[in-house]
Design a protein around this ligand. Structure first.
Ligand code: CUA
Length: 321
């Protein structure tokens, strides 16, 4: 059995175990009776068939009893549903953005992270938005699952009841790297959370849990604040989910040695060779689908970046040689 780590978990489990219990009983009873009848009313024992008329009482019973059982299932399910729909007034709001194929969390003080840190024993409200396709916000230990639909803000909430790290995943098939769309909820003691929240430092180390190759600032990032900003932007916008930094071919072309590289792009289905200079990369960020590099599919939705941010991102990309 999974541990119950939120206040609503016991309600969800109660409904679940009730349904599983009833189903198991029915399975055993029906299979048992069926076997018994097969033997008891065997052709050898009953050479002449009996004509059985209907039995009103029996028919009423086998309609009313299942109805009552189903209503009890509904009752338990409804209790949990009501709890999930009634978001407590004092819940802390976190904006959750889902995109192919990662999660991003934004707090009210401007803090942005890629793991969800929350205090123990406090209600947290997640405002769910998608940048591209339908995803689903799923934390099994909290028994919370909610679709994240483009063009719509869905809301879910939970109150964690145990400390620790819990899996957060996407539960709606959303493309080739759906299975890698993982993150974590880290439940911290309240005082520790407050300290972290006030520090306003999005922990880059924490990102290592979801994107192993991310993190670790390079020498260039330490030296140049613009490059460091660009690296943070790339991380926050999920660029590394599709563009590697070590030459590995992922969903998109690698960032390694991008600048000055000659690439073959398809323009209206016709191949064309271009040099990946600043103008080309800038254009590719703003309108990714305009010139797709040969051998790749148009999968990218343009990140929302200001001119300044794009400049920082370019400064960072230039360091990846
Ligand atoms: Cu996002 Cu599956």
């Amino acid at each position: 059995m999974l541990t119950q780590s939120s206040t609503v978990a016991s309600q969800v489990d109660a409904a679940f175990y009730f349904i599983v219990g009833v189903s198991t009983l029915l399975l055993v009873a029906i299979t048992g009776l069926m076997s018994y009848f097969v033997i008891r009313y065997n052709h050898k024992r009953n050479p002449t068939p009996t004509d059985i008329e209907g039995n009103t009482w029996l028919e009423v019973l086998w309609t009313v009893i299942p109805l009552a059982i189903v209503m009890v299932m509904f009752y338990y399910g409804f209790l949990g549903y009501r709890t999930m729909r009634n978001v407590p007034q004092d819940a802390m709001a976190v904006k959750v953005t889902a995109m192919m194929w990662r999660w991003s969390f934004a707090y009210e003080n401007g803090l942005q992270t890629d793991v969800l840190r929350v205090p123990l024993g406090k209600p947290v409200k997640v405002l769910l938005r998608s940048n591209d396709v339908i995803h689903s916000f799923y934390v099994p230990a909290f028994r919370i699952k909610k679709d994240v639909v483009p063009g719509k803000e869905n809301v879910a909430w939970f109150e964690p009841t145990s400390l620790g790290e819990f899996d957060l995943m996407c539960a709606e098939y959303c493309g080739v790297d759906h299975s890698k769309m993982l993150s974590k909820v880290i439940v911290m003691p309240e005082a520790e959370f407050t300290r972290w929240y006030k520090s306003k430092a999005p922990s880059l180390a924490a990102s290592a849990t979801s994107t192993p190759a991310a993190a670790k600032p390079m020498e260039a990032e330490k030296a140049d604040p613009l490059v460091a900003e660009g690296a943070a932007l790339a991380n926050r916008n999920g660029c590394f989910a599709c563009h590697s930094r070590d030459g590995t071919k992922l969903t998109g072309p690698t960032f390694k040695g991008l600048f000055g590289r000659e690439v073959t792009v398809l323009v209206g289905g016709k191949p064309k060779t271009v040099v990946a200079d600043e103008a080309y990369v800038r254009k590719s960020i703003a309108a990714p689908e305009a010139e797709i590099v040969k051998g790749f599919q148009p999968r990218m939705s343009p990140p929302k970046l200001t001119d300044k941010e794009t400049t920082a991102l370019l400064a960072y990309l230039k360091t990846l040689k």
